[in-house]
Write a protein that binds this ligand. Sequence first.
Ligand code: FDA
Length: 488
Amino acid sequence: HDENLFLDCFSMHPDNSSSISQVIYTKYSPSYSSVLSSSAQNLRFSTPNTPKPQVIITPLDVSQVQAAIKCSKKHGFQIRVRSGGHDFEGLSYVSQVPFVVIDLINLSKISVDAKQKTAWVQSGATLGQLYYRIADKSKNLGFPGGVCPTVGVGGHFSGGGYGIMLRKFGLAADNIVDAHLIDARGRLLDRKSMGEDLFWAIRGGGGASFGVVVAWKVRLVTVPSTVTLFTVIRTMKQNATKIVHEWQYIANKLHEGLFIDVVLIRANSTMVAAFTSLFLGGIDRLLPLMQESFPELGLKKEDCTEMSWIESAHTLAGFQKEEPVFQGKSDYVKQPIPESAFEGIYDRFAEEEGQSAVIALIPYGGKMNEISESEIPFPHRAGNIYKILYLVAWGEDGASQRYINWIRKLYGYTTPYVSNNPREAYLNYRDLDIGTNNHGYTSYKQASIWGKKYFKNNFDRLVHVKTTVDPHNFFRNEQSILPLPSRA
Ligand code: FDA
């Protein structure tokens, strides 16, 4: 694992001669630390003891990604690919073995074709940049991705990616029509040359198991000129628990242009429920819909604001709190949870004063019910009322283990109320507690412990694709898809 050999190899690459000093950072480079931490979102993985990459490459063009792959392979370095750096477990910039980070920050070109309703977006772009470019071209086009504007397109699209329009348009990954990927042999492939199996795998199966996705072609969606946003907060005194309980019966059955999520949070020593909604239309249509399907919330006209789709993306971005140090987990709910269980959840929140913790309930239904479980690797479709995101955050100097134990206990508490066999989880809310690969050999059986939770039966097809395209398991991490051993 000699980094000098890697650097010699990389600099011998013909396209690199003029720009090499701009794209290579070693531990001796003055800006190494700032480049490394630039998009490391979870400071849980930015401690002095966290293993650091031998080299960081920030390619200016695709050929430099190819060179980085070839040279890493030749000189025995593992690769970690980073787009927006939002991985909950830091897998895009931390590894336990000698490794190189390919950071796609400079590959962030976006070209929107409003006529064809498509866009090519390079993986280093963020969601916010994509939404801005789309709205710049047309007020009636949008894209159904996540709400946090700094999330990277690379990890987000390849792990599924949902936002506040998922009930109408599905996931980001459901709206990908082509991609450019560099495989373990360093070849640049598009949808046609990679074939449908590999193209299927990178739309929800996690790109990092299969190569480096350098760009995506997405189908844009038509949004109305006016959408409506509301956030309504209900306290315990205002019957929050009853309303949340009731929400479970309608959340996935509402008009598909209406999305209402719930965030449970502790404020001033009591729990509150915040209901946030985007409706793809104006207030005049929203109010009767709410009256008919969810009168318990008591929505009033004054709670609602009409705006354009891009203004709604901007407003929702403002609600996002980027936590410095956090741990997250996810669950899927197929039967309404009893009120008493919500009370139990509140008791767990009360046990840990002083932390910042939330539970978000994300409604499914609508378009999510229409897409089959095997259409792309993301399997959580019909039959789910909602997804739960558990998140606990703490300050940089906080005692991590205490908070991690707390969220594990909460996750233990909800076991009887959520999906089981497997207990399903969302890949983009990465959680290494649900199982990992070993550093050395890992059996199919061991990998399926976490694999079936993220992908259900699609896990087997992912293993098949991996075995075909990366049989020597060059692209690997703690939760990457494993190839089956060769029979030879
Ligand atoms: P990052 O660069 O860390 O990559 C994540 C994983 O993908 C890593 O394994 C990485 O190696 C791999 N990868 C990245 N780029 C790749 C590429 N070009 N080719 C191959 N592999 C690549 N999710 C959601 O669905 N909806 C939401 O609203 C939000 N909101 C949100 C807010 C905040 C504050 C955080 C921290 C996270 C979210 N997420 C989310 C989760 C988010 O979708 C998830 O963390 C994504 O994987 C992040 O993608 P990045 O490119 O930013 O991460």
